[in-house]
Design a protein around this ligand. Structure first.
Ligand code: NDP
Ligand code: MG
Length: 393
């Protein structure tokens, strides 16, 4: 029986993870749930799954929950979230928080894993921002503590699966597939007038709002280049992005002998989430099967158009990181993107303002080495301020 802690349980990944836990009562036991503000949904989750502990953001919510559920341990605030990560006993942390807010809980879990309180700790990582902002630091802390990081992001889970059985063989190339999002093939003129509603309709995946906008700008794929680089220790120049509108091939790995391994399936996050829990076993899921005959053909294209600039920014910050060890560019890209996406969702800036402003933030950014969480949070804060000043806020 694996004890599971779900961070970000009320989100898109979090709720799908809970459905997997419910379907596997003899294998998985839920021990901890966390969310920020969707407390009514959290109540329903508490009643359905009876965790030992929960963590919420606001003190008021914690007080009310303590009254309603006397036997439940309740943590609150940012410190409470990290304390929950350190003190609740679990075998697998699913980190499905969105944004850099997921970084500290990952580090707290690694620290707890390193104490031996929880041996063989696995972090099932959906929160890609953990690796975008703290990749070098997080991967080495996890290795030192003997904590395994298993990706949940579908492309990275695909790569993880393509690497199985190939220990010790150098990766020649990683091909990350990208659906291209709702604006694939749009001209600059067309992109000028897209709305928030347009950006929130993803052709293949139903996800949280932030990552859905990131998929439309292709910043998501830029973040995924950085995520892949840290997870698999390859130079960014060996990571290629291929536009694949059907999202059936989730990513590919090429080896020195010319063999290419790919992982395929109907686009459904149940599969990578379930695999992060079951690995190295595979358990049945409700995911639809693919039928190659009805699919008939799969399309692959080069990334093109305005959104290609989002990939170029990711390559640019990774090149700098590889050449000089200065990692702050990726933190700046991520932090500025988080505030710009929120402003776009609030109707305060246009879609293209996101990409244009990110480039300006990177042009102005003074890259530097980051030695720990303090440096990361400071670079994040400065990038947010810089993005806000460019859009006059
Ligand atoms: P959602 O926005 O749907 O859910 C985010 C979760 O995190 C919610 O439970 C939310 O709580 C909680 N949360 C938000 N902000 C904070 C905060 N500051 N502190 C603590 N908790 C917080 O996001 P998704 O599920 O779509 O994505 C989660 C992560 O997984 C992201 O990093 C994303 O990039 C990645 N990912 C998602 C995929 C998907 O299919 N959705 C696919 C691949 C990767 P509340 O609901 O109360 O606000
Ligand atoms: Mg992905």
């Amino acid at each position: 029986m694996k004890r599971i802690a779900v961070f970000g349980s009320t989100g898109s990944i979090g709720t799908q993870a809970l459905s997997i836990i419910k379907s596997n009562p003899r294998r998985l036991k839920l021990v901890l749930l966390t969310c920020r503000s969707r407390i009514d949904m959290l109540r329903r989750q508490i009643e359905a799954l009876r965790p030992e502990a929960v963590a919420v953001e606001r003190e008021d919510d914690a007080i009310e929950l303590r009254r309603e559920y006397p036997g439940l341990r309740i943590y609150c605030g940012r410190d409470g979230l990290n304390e929950a990560a350190q003190t609740v006993e679990y075998d697998v942390m699913l980190n499905a928080i969105v944004g850099i807010a997921g970084l500290e809980p990952t580090l707290a879990a690694i620290a707890a894993g390193g104490t031996g309180k929880t041996s063989n700790l696995v972090i099932a990582l959906a929160n890609k921002e953990t690796l975008v902002t703290g990749g070098r630091f997080v991967m080495s802390a996890a290795a030192d503590a003997g904590v395994a990081i298993v990706p949940v992001d579908s492309e990275h889970s695909a790569i993880f699966q393509c690497l199985m059985g190939n220990d010790g063989n150098a990766i020649k190339r990683i091909m990350l597939t990208a659906s291209g999002g709702p604006f694939r093939g749009y001209s600059l003129e067309q992109l000028k007038s897209v709305t928030v509603g347009d950006a929130l309709i993803h052709p293949n995946w139903k996800m949280g709002r932030k990552i859905t906008v990131d998929s439309a700008t292709m910043v998501n794929k830029g973040l995924e280049i950085i995520e892949a680089k840290w997870l698999y220790g390859v130079e960014a120049s060996r990571i290629e992005v291929v536009v694949h509108p059907q999202s059936i091939v989730h990513s590919l790995v090429e080896y020195e002998d010319g063999a290419v391994m790919a992982q395929l399936g109907f686009p459904d996050m149940l599969v990578p989430i379930s695999y992060a829990f079951s690995h190295p076993e595979r358990w049945a899921t409700d995911a639809r099967n693919i039928n190659l005959i009805t699919l008939r053909s799969l399309q692959f294209d080069e990334p093109a158009g305005e959104t290609r600039r989002s990939l170029d920014m990711a390559y640019r910050v990774m090149r700098e990181s590889e050449e000089s060890g200065r990692d702050s560019g990726a933190i700046a890209l991520n932090g500025a993107n988080e505030v710009l996406v929120q402003l776009f969702l609030d109707g305060k800036i246009t879609f293209l303002d996101i990409i244009n402003t990110l480039e300006r933030v990177l042009d102005r950014h003074n890259s530097r080495m980051v030695k720990g969480i303090g440096d990361i949070l400071e670079a994040d804060r400065q990038a947010r301020e810089s993005a806000l000043s460019f859009v006059g806020r």
